[in-house]
Design a protein around this ligand. Structure first.
Ligand SMILES: C[S@@+](CC[C@H](N)C(=O)[O-])C[C@H]1O[C@@H](n2cnc3c(N)ncnc32)[C@H](O)[C@@H]1O
Length: 254
């Protein structure tokens, strides 16, 4: 509840800082390292309960013990200087620039999650389909299984992920760019697997830029106030929300 008031990844960063604060406070009060580590890990696990999704709970809870392990490892190794732990942190930031944490970190579309989509949202050959935030390409591959003759493209904010996706999905045109600052005009379908907080913005962008008859498809998270054309669920817990432009609002009868 409390963490919902804070924009991700702030809850994780604050929880990790709190756990480290507890560790140093216990050490300053002469607790043995074992008990200080245990106390701080426990605090991190308690704070993890407030994470708004299962993965966020994992990030919050694992942050302190992992960073402590990394520190022990680097300080304990004579060949490595104390700041070496900044290298994995730097790699993490490169892999997940902070603004893509806000939209969604990397979770791939399950292989069969889009089964049935081609029947629910019929597209002609050569239709243009965009995976907005394509990660490592699992969504593009699932889309290709549904629409083998479509022209697929992907946008990905993280450089390393965009490069890896380009290599994995040579059938698609993958660019490193933000899905928000890139126009969706001309796409016959835009596919998203983001996070609940991004869906209103995605809905507004779809209404502003997609032509009548085009599709907006979202894995797991629905667009608030949009009436779906279809809802599929071939993987339990991973509904697929299918919207057709011009979209009707959830409250309307027509
Ligand atoms: C949950 S993953 C989904 C990956 C892929 N669409 C799939 O279904 O397998 C979300 C992806 O969106 C990317 N992302 C987040 N914000 C973005 C933005 N503003 N522009 C482009 N990509 C973004 C993240 O880096 C991440 O790879």
């Amino acid at each position: 509840m409390a963490t919902r008031l804070l924009r991700w990844p702030l809850p994780a960063l604050l929880s990790w800082a709190a756990a480290w604060g507890i560790f140093f406070a216990m050490r300053a009060a002469d607790w043995a390292p074992f008990w200080a580590l245990s106390g701080a890990t426990l605090a991190g696990l308690v704070l993890a309960v407030f994470g708004s999704t299962p993965w966020r709970r994992v990030f919050i809870g694992a942050g302190f013990p992992l960073s402590a392990l990394l520190l022990v490892f680097t300080l304990g190794s004579g060949s490595l200087s104390a700041w070496t732990w900044l290298v994995p942190l730097g790699l993490l930031v490169l892999l997940y620039p902070i603004n893509s944490w806000r939209d969604a970190p990397l979770f791939p579309t399950p292989e069969r999650a889009l089964d049935g989509l081609a029947s629910a949202a019929v597209l002609p050959d050569q239709a243009r389909i965009l995976d907005a935030g394509c990660g490592l390409g699992a969504g593009l591959r699932a889309l290709r299984r549904q629409y083998p003759a479509a022209r697929l493209s992907g946008l990905e904010w993280s450089w390393p992920l965009a490069l890896a996706c380009r290599w994995r999905c040579r059938f698609a045109r993958v660019r490193r760019a933000s899905m928000w600052s890139t126009s969706w005009a001309g796409q016959d379908m835009v596919y998203l697997f983001q996070r609940p907080e991004s869906m209103s913005r995605a809905g507004e962008k779809a209404v502003a830029e997609l032509a009548d008859g085009a599709w907006l498809v979202s894995l797991e998270f629905e667009v608030p106030a949009f009436r779906p054309h279809a809802r599929l669920e071939s993987v339990p817990g991973k509904p697929v929300w299918v919207y057709r432009m011009p979209v009707r609002s959830a409250g309307s009868d027509r």
